[in-house]
Design a binder for this molecule. Structure first.
Ligand code: ADP
Ligand code: MG
Length: 346
């Protein structure tokens, strides 16, 4: 009998792979309240619960040092982890930082990276409490774990959405993706002609969204102050479409998003036009927005409408109605997830 051919990683995709690798791990400790499958794990910790989440960034895959200042990279590496803690409606408190360094990095370069990590720690009031430092043959890797806390009853999961809930999103979408397109364009122009200076003026907003994103601290704060009841929540790291599908799948519901309600910054629209892209596609599938996507019962409409920077973009429907987007013309089209997949082929 011929040996079974090894399965290429790209055949499964990130989520199926995680599922296949972890499905045979049985829960042994009652302190594990929620393990794999949300933005952060939830662990019993006395009066409050502890939240744990981790993310790794690889040079050449997640960042390009040609156009990413090390200070910004350090800042962003922290932010993407804090974002996952806020997405559970919890407060991040500590991080650990592990780095793999190749010999091309100087002490000063690593200090630059850490100045960004420190800036994020100061701004978000986080303590750096440990990590690991190792050698690498192939470039820089940064792995950060964030630890947060919340009262058990305040924690929000992806699985809490209910039929008729309003679907809400903070900030605007698609900007970070277009910021990346501008950086990539200038990089390739520079490669062909090193005497040309990169043209980055006029793109300040989208570049900042790509290089120096912020996490949802303010959103969580205003939802708390306005006593908004939240049913489900997730952060937008892989694109709106992929994240709303996570909420719908986990909550066993459907959704209807409205194209004209999706918040997109004017600079995002302008840059999308320049690249001959549809701004909506960038907002749906772009990723790296680190905004919060959440659902609230209809009764919260007035409270939500009174909060600056939050848009109501649709509603939760019965599962049988599917997951759809209503176009500007009023047609309903099925939503697909084409967002970032950590294992896509390069
Ligand atoms: P996010 O985009 O919010 O950071 P991910 O999509 O990276 O979340 O991960 C989805 C879930 O799978 C999370 O609960 C995460 O902790 C878990 N997970 C990811 N990779 C692994 C792995 N290699 N082993 C175990 N659990 C994993
Ligand atoms: Mg997340």
């Amino acid at each position: 009998m011929p040996a079974k051919k090894p399965t290429p990683l790209s055949e499964l995709g990130e989520f199926s792979l995680i599922n296949r690798l972890t499905k045979d791990f049985l829960k042994k400790n009652p302190s594990t309240i929620f393990g794999i499958g949300d933005d952060a794990a939830v662990i019993e910790g006395g009066e409050k619960c502890m939240l744990v989440t981790t993310d790794m960034l690889m040079e050449g895959i997640h960042f390009d040092l040609v156009y990413t200042p090390l200070k910004h990279l350090g800042y962003k590496a922290v932010i993407i982890n804090l974002s996952d803690v806020y997405a559970m409606n919890a407060q991040p408190q500590q991080i650990t930082v592990s780095i793999a360094l190749s010999s091309k990095f100087s002490v000063e370069a690593v200090e630059e990276l850490y100045s960004g990590i420190r800036l994020a720690c100061e701004k978000y009031e986080i303590d750096l409490v440990g990590g690991d430092t190792v050698s690498s043959l192939t470039g820089l890797a940064i792995s950060i774990t964030a630890i947060g806390e919340a009262m058990k009853e305040n924690i929000k999961y992806r699985n809490g959405a209910k039929v008729n809930d309003l679907i809400c999103v903070s900030g605007d979408l698609g900007a970070a993706y277009l910021g990346l397109q501008v950086l990539e364009r200038e990089k390739s122009i520079y490669k062909d002609n090193p005497s040309l200076q990169p043209v980055l003026s006029g793109y300040d907003y989208i570049l900042e969204r790509q290089l120096k994103p912020e996490a949802g601290k303010m959103t969580i704060q205003s939802l708390y102050e306005n006593k908004v009841m939240i049913h489900s929540m997730i952060d937008i790291s892989d694109g709106l479409s992929s994240e709303i599908l996570h909420i719908c799948e986990n909550s066993k519901v459907g959704c209807r998003l409205y194209h004209e309600k999706i918040p997109i910054h004017p600079q995002t629209i302008q840059t999308a036009d320049e690249f001959n892209m549809e701004p909506l596609i960038c907002a749906l599938h772009g990723g790296e927005d680190y905004e919060l996507l959440f659902t609230v019962p209809l009764s919260e409409y007035d409270k939500i409408s009174s909060i600056d920077g939050i848009s109501i973009i649709g509603n939760i429907t019965e599962k049988e109605d599917g997951t759809n987007l209503v176009t500007k013309e009023g047609n309903e089209v099925p939503l697909t997830a084409q967002g970032w997949d950590g294992l896509k082929k390069y």
